[in-house]
Ligand binder design. Structure first.
Ligand code: DOR
Length: 431
């Protein structure tokens, strides 16, 4: 077992993307040196391993409170670090929804008492949300803003959307958008769900938001489910997030009435899924939209089952599986799960160069089969059951080992993890 608190940590023989093999010396939560290293207080051999800067997941629903049965901050963040993710951004469609500064402060305190990862909190957008209060209380972004309704999220009106974009643009803040248009009709199968929340509706919702954004608010589009949606967003105009479930699952993989595949936006046909994958280069970030619901809830009749899929723990492992199969490059996985989301979040990137944040995950070079029995979310099920993936053996946060071969070590709040507390405050934060 590895102990925390060592002064100098050396990762030995790290294969850095590009081909160089070097030691990485870590101290005070940062990379100090990349190259031949002296002796460390703790040495970790990385020979024949993949060492990745740890993931930053801009889209998770940590639930807790009255929704503890679905997830708690403890179970959700353990799930994250067991999947190589050390930074999560929590969404505000909790019960009650996060729409005031007091609720944001309570959420931060709750997270601080339990989290195994760094975290940021988003603020909810509703007709009566205290936007400036939440901004000053330290939220990262406004959203996910429901431009279409979803589980525990009501759609906001165009006037609220317009007003919020104008306000947020004035503070140079960020809005994250859930773009969907929903048609009424029977919702009894995964194919129905796809039809009612269609690709064309997703594209129209994106176009409407872009047209309404007359004040140039910074926008981030969540969980884009189709190539058409990706193409509807001009390059550089807004950031584009895609989930692992839209990349790896199609509704044909499930029984038609199996609500484990029910999610918003819906899983698409295999054809649409493949087209989405072919847009890989235009995807800015992969975000899990980790949306845990219990197995019992997902076992309800399709129409009454909640939408959402747990996925923070399987996101990078699934991608690493495709790296081993040479379908995607490791450099792209690092860019889309770590560098770019950290840049959007405005924190020092985790990486291999001096000064970088020393958050890493170390992976073996072997595939395993996903089994919910081995995952840590309170949800207790996975739509990826039986699919191949590569899970990290160790996860390191600010130079401290927080996960090692199935064992967890809680980060200490009194420590400064490379100048970033566990809570990552937004730019509007003022005491
Ligand atoms: O399917 C979904 N579930 N999509 C969302 O946007 C929200 C999420 C949830 O919170 O369960």
């Amino acid at each position: 077992m590895l102990e925390k608190g060592q002064e100098i940590v050396v990762l030995r023989d790290v294969l850095i993307p590009g081909g160089r093999v070097a030691d990485i010396t870590i101290s005070n939560g940062q990379v100090m040196h990349t190259g031949a290293a002296g002796k460390g207080d703790l040495e970790i051999s990385c020979r024949e391993k993949f060492v990745l800067p740890a993931g930053t997941d801009l889209h998770v629903h940590m639930r807790d409170g009255p929704q503890k049965a679905k997830e708690t901050w403890e179970s959700g963040t353990k799930s994250a670090i067991a999947g190589g993710v050390t930074v999560v951004v929590d969404q505000p469609n909790t019960i009650p929804p996060l729409t005031t500064s007091d609720l944001i402060r309570d959420r931060v305190m709750l997270a601080e008492s339990q989290a195994y990862t760094r975290f940021a909190i988003n603020g909810g957008v509703t007709s009566d949300a205290d936007l400036i209060g939440m901004w000053r209380a330290g939220i990262f972004a406004f959203g996910e803003t429901f431009a279409g309704p979803s589980s525990y999220g009501e759609a906001v009106s165009s006037s609220v959307l317009r007003y919020t974009m104008e306000q947020v643009a004035g503070w140079d803040g960020l809005m994250t958008i859930h773009a969907e248009q929903v048609t009424e009709g029977p919702d009894r199968t995964l194919a129905d769900h796809d039809h009612l929340r269609s690709v064309s509706g997703e594209v129209r919702a994106i176009q409407d938001v872009l047209t309404m954004n007359t004040h140039g608010c910074n926008l981030h589009f969540c969980h884009l489910s189709s190539a058409d949606a990706i193409r509807a967003i001009p390059g550089g105009g807004a950031s584009r997030e895609v989930t692992p479930h839209h990349l790896f699952l199609s509704y044909e993989l499930f029984d038609p009435e199996d609500a484990q595949g029910k999610v918003n936006p819906p899983l698409r046909s295999e054809k649409v899924r493949r087209e989405l994958f072919s847009c890989w280069d235009q995807i800015d970030i992969i975000g899990s939209d980790h949306a845990p619901h219990t197995r019992a809830e997902k076992g309800k009749e399709f129409e009454h089952a909640p939408s959402g899929i747990p996925g923070v723990e399987t996101m990078i492992p699934l991608l690493m599986g495709r790296v081993l199969e040479k379908k995607v490059s490791i450099a792209d996985v690092i860019a889309k799960t770590s560098f770019r989301p950290s840049e959007i979040l405005g924190i020092t990137k985790a990486g291999f160069s001096p000064g970088d944040r020393a958050d890493f995950a170390i992976y073996p070079d072997t595939l395993t089969r996903i089994s919910a029995d081995n995952l840590h979310s309170a949800a207790g099920w996975s739509p990826y059951e039986g699919m191949t993936a590569v899970f990290p053996e160790k996860t390191i946060l600010g130079g401290t080992v927080v996960f090692d071969s199935g064992e967890f070590f809680k980060p200490d709040l009194s420590e400064d993890y490379s100048g970033i507390r566990l809570w990552i405050q937004g730019r509007g934060y003022s005491l």
